[in-house]
Design a binder for this molecule. Structure first.
Ligand code: FES
Length: 273
């Protein structure tokens, strides 16, 4: 059993869990993910590592209560509560190297996993710019953490209630035009990552994306997480989740993500009643 040592609500639907898991924390690196199962009979869900503390032996995740399991996590668990399974770290970590100017773009929940990558790129001697986008001011989180490690931080809100009004891709375009980066890392909802990839493509700037595909086992056995990259089938759980965004078939991936939509809403409805 694993214990929740911190819980923080960022909004009605977004919350943080810090979990005591020393073995996972010891091996965790930016870009890794974990698979979590609450109790016997519940589904296993993949969650990207948003932070890790090897001294405390903890892993932090930021979660959005969207489906049955994540709503159960938001409503039924608090500090000190325990849950059944926590497997990781899984996947390949991000390749961190000194490349020059790195721009990290985070949208919505993707902002959390951007954070450890940003810290690692900064520690590796890069100049780092972060562009993080929220729907509105009420959803902003971790501004202080980002400021502590960024050379430049641009916060965007869709409704203009805080920071720069508009989409992260608009801020990214401006940077590409005036201060060409050597590498862009984009993490967030698929349409946002797709838009970032199409924004950087004409500039020829390498753009890595983190693909949060549908996963069942997370260890390369079921094929659920497959994605086409450069014309080849890849399993995101063992060969990713980070890939060269310019080579990802986003149209196919976005279509694949819809395939359990009906079952997902039915499970959510059943949980609500
Ligand atoms: Fe099963 Fe990747 S989740 S192969």
């Amino acid at each position: 059993m694993y214990t929740i040592v911190d819980f923080e609500a960022f909004s009605d639907t977004t919350f943080l869990w810090e979990v005591l898991a020393p073995d996972v924390a010891r091996a965790a690196q930016p870009g890794h993910f974990v698979m979590l199962r609450l109790h016997e009979g519940s589904e296993r869900i993949p969650l990207t590592v948003a932070d890790f503390d090897r001294d405390k032996g903890t892993i932090t995740m930021v979660i959005q209560a969207l489906g049955k399991t994540t709503r159960e996590m938001a409503q039924g668990y608090r500090i000190g509560d325990r849950f059944l399974d926590f497997v990781g770290p899984l996947g390949l970590p991000q390749q961190i190297a000194q490349v020059g100017h790195v721009v990290l773009v985070g949208g919505g929940l993707g902002i959390a996993p951007v954070y450890p990558q940003l810290r690692a790129f900064k520690e590796a001697g890069n100049r780092v710019t972060a562009i993080i986008g929220f729907r509105n001011q009420g959803l902003v989180f971790w501004e202080d953490r980002f400021r502590a490690h960024c050379d430049d931080l641009i916060i965007c809100t869709n409704d203009g209630s805080y920071g720069r009004p508009g989409l992260v891709t608009e801020a990214l375009t401006e940077i590409l035009e005036r201060d060409r980066p050597d590498l862009v890392v984009a993490i967030g909802p698929l349409p946002m990552m797709h838009a970032c990839v199409e924004t950087t493509r004409p500039f020829g700037v390498e753009t890595r994306v983190s693909l949060n595909t549908i996963m069942v086992d997370g260890t390369g056995m079921c094929g659920s997480c497959r994605v086409t990259v450069d014309g080849e089938v890849k399993f995101a759980c063992v060969e990713g989740p980070d890939f060269d965004g310019h080579k990802v078939d986003f149209a196919e991936l976005i279509a694949r993500q819809q395939r359990f939509r009906q079952q997902e809403s039915q499970a959510s409805e059943d949980y609500a009643h």
